[in-house]
Design a protein around this ligand. Structure first.
Ligand code: FES
Ligand SMILES: [Fe+2]
Length: 388
């Protein structure tokens, strides 16, 4: 058997294959196995999906003060985010306009200027070139015919919502407000201004040997709950979940959120409608951020690929107001973090196992069951449309 017979490289991009994924639930086929294993598909995703859509790259709380900066990586494209004097987060290409040196190497306080480590050209926090030491020879820092205005840092479109920093590299996706509006409206009862990141001890990182899409899909559905999460299923059962299916996000409603069972009480979002007394919602906002909202905390998990068969999940936990973020609440934060770690750790094996199965030429992408996998189908449809 030739390689081509095992994995016909063109099949994944065949419009007929993508059209079958785009079909209505019940008729739709899942994405083919190549979408999870093939370098060609991954390259196409970089070109059509990651760089063309709004994607989530960081938490704004990683750079809390003016002058704080952090390097970012968007499927191999080096970027950085910096908080300006006005408090706004801006994202720039992380390449010096002089000789292309990477400007921001690690997270930290850049101060009033972003200074290139190579020849020390220095840029304001809004990207303007301010200083060009020795540009006209020793001790001569300006020169005729060279306009600093021609060498600004290149800014990338960005937007922040619920502390999540999104970028659109191509610059031609819909306005950020339009992108975020459907979910922002759904969660309008929650005052995002009260969110406080729990700090360093409220971040978890999971490195998975699996395509990023498998991590997203697994988060979308509750079908696996009784089998993979017996502990969680003991009080939040499969039958206590409802599907959420929208154009740009999908996931689950849980009707039995009861954190007091573990004996800890956290400040709540004020003024929530009564339904939220026992309700939590978990959605994947396509393509790459998983979000969970509860009356007393919020979580965001960014998923970024590192090739077709590896990805990293970065998990941030937020509280309501400053109370739970101080040193006195460390045990409380550890309880919340470890509760979620247990659940996410339980998912690691199945997500990686699905990747292993996709190496089989005997697997053609599988099937969606008729009732419980609508949220996963929504994500496949969105992805297929992005790739068409
Ligand atoms: S490469 Fe940045 S100053 Fe020369
Ligand atoms: Fe799970």
């Amino acid at each position: 058997m030739t390689d081509a017979a095992v994995f016909p490289a063109a099949r994944a991009f065949d419009p007929a294959v993508l059209a079958r994924v785009d079909a209505d639930y019940g008729a739709a086929k899942p994405l083919p196995a190549e979408a999870y294993v093939s370098p060609a598909w991954y390259d196409a995703e970089r070109a059509r999906l990651w760089t063309r859509r709004w994607v989530c790259l960081a938490a704004a709380s990683y750079i809390p003060n003016p002058g704080d900066a952090i390097p970012l990586d968007l499927v191999g494209v080096p970027l950085f985010a910096v908080r300006g004097r006005d408090g706004e987060v801006r994202v720039f290409h992380n390449a010096c306009p002089h000789r292309g040196m990477k400007l921001v190497g690690e997270r930290g306080a850049a101060g009033a200027l972003i200074t290139c480590p190579y020849h020390n050209w220095a840029f304001g926090l809004g990207g303007e070139l301010r200083q060009t030491p020795h540009i006209a020879g020793t001790g001569r820092h300006a020169c005729e015919g060279f306009s600093k205005r021609d060498f600004r840092l290149k800014q990338v479109r960005s937007g922040v919502w619920f502390d999540q920093v999104f970028v659109n590299l191509s610059g031609d996706a819909e306005p950020f407000e339009a992108f975020i509006a459907p979910l922002a409206e759904r969660w309008a009862p929650f005052d995002g201004g009260l969110l406080r990141h729990g700090g360093e001890d409220s971040v978890m990182v999971f490195d998975l040997e699996a395509n990023w899409k498998l991590a997203v899909e697994n988060f979308c559905e509750a079908y696996h709950l009784p089998m993979v999460h017996p502990g969680l299923n003991g009080y939040s059962r499969l039958e206590d979940h409802l599907n959420i299916e929208e154009e740009t996000f999908s996931g689950q409603v849980s009707l039995v959120y009861r954190p007091d069972r573990s004996g800890h009480v956290l400040p709540r979002f004020p003024g929530l409608p009564a339904a939220w007394e026992t309700r939590a919602e978990y959605v994947a906002l396509y393509p790459n951020v998983l979000l969970g909202v509860h009356y007393d905390h919020f979580k965001a998990i960014r998923i970024l690929p590192d090739g077709p068969d590896r990805c990293r999940e970065t998990f941030d936990i937020y509280y309501v107001g400053d109370g739970p973020t101080g040193p006195g609440a460390a045990n409380l934060r550890a309880t919340v973090r470890e509760t979620w770690r247990e659940v996410f750790q339980e998912d690691v094996d199945v997500v990686q196992g699905m990747q292993k199965g996709r190496a089989s030429p005997g697997f053609d992408g599988g099937v969606f069951t008729p009732v419980l996998e609508g949220p996963s189908w929504r994500f496949h449809r969105w992805t297929a449309r992005a790739m068409m």
